[in-house]
Write a protein that binds this ligand. Structure first.
Ligand SMILES: O=C(CO)[C@H](O)[C@H](O)COP(=O)(O)O
Length: 233
């Protein structure tokens, strides 16, 4: 099974949790896009759902494939969000934001009764942090914000470069919300809960990619098929 087949496998398994009439949060990224493709087939076959997309990119794909969309303000409480992740630990704490949609992804997941993460098994880690942590910041005072993040990292014993995300043409990457992203290469993060909480206390930080206590289930696909992970306490 190649990487794409594993994503499709996880997405197909997640689709079994989708019921008629559900208000669905729809994630961003290549795995979430496989889910959208499968969901669209079911919608074409008569399944009725209303989706809230977590990015403009996901919205475009949904509209192209005929998945009916609403804004989060029209559907402020959702039944289920299905989304990918960059890293997943045993407690189902996640690093997200590789695709730059972390802010909307976190707002949508928080507005959902349940979040199911879909991924291939390469995303499972013992300790979060090998994947650079995306931190979405306000462009105003970006250097001060970066200095504050560096100071926090040093207090928590973390080190590593903070890299302002750029597009392939070297222009600055702007999120759907008009913010910048710093990718923090901290390496292993021994206390992700403390980092998450303290990043939120820095005014210029709009959001960060640590998703704590949001995922209720993960569907992890490997060469032998998909398995379900529940958060370990
Ligand atoms: O958080 C995300 C986007 O902001 C994605 O869910 C994450 O980057 C995983 O993407 P992929 O399924 O392409 O590996």
């Amino acid at each position: 099974m190649d990487a794409r087949e594993m994503k499709i496998k996880a997405a197909a398994e997640a689709l079994t949790h989708v019921e008629d009439g559900m208000r669905l949060g729809i994630g961003t990224g290549s795995t979430a896009e496989e889910f959208v493709r499968l969901l669209a087939e079911r919608v074409a076959g008569g399944l009725k759902v209303e989706g809230v997309p977590t990015s403009e990119r996901t919205a475009r794909l949904c509209l192209e494939l005929g998945v009916q969309l609403r804004s989060l303000d029209e559907l402020p409480e959702l039944d289920l969000t299905i989304d990918g992740a960059d890293e997943i630990d045993a407690q189902l704490r996640l690093i997200k934001g590789g695709g730059g949609a972390l802010l909307r992804e976190k707002i949508v997941a928080s507005a959902s009764s349940r979040m199911i993460v879909i991924a291939d098994e390469t995303k499972i880690v013992d300790t979060l942090g090998a994947f650079p942590l995306p931190i979405e910041i306000n462009p105003f005072g970006q250097v001060s914000t970066q200095i504050a993040i560096e100071a926090l990292a040093s207090r928590l014993g973390l080190s590593g470069a903070l890299t302002l995300r750029k597009r392939s043409d070297d222009s600055l990457y702007m999120t759907d919300g008009g913010h910048l992203i710093l990718d923090a290469s901290f390496g292993r993060i021994p206390d992700a809960d403390a980092l998450a909480e303290q990043l939120n206390a820095i005014p210029g930080v709009v959001e960060h990619g640590l998703f704590i206590n949001l995922a209720s289930l993960a569907i992890i696909a490997g060469p032998a098929g998909a398995r379900v992970m529940e958060p370990k306490n």
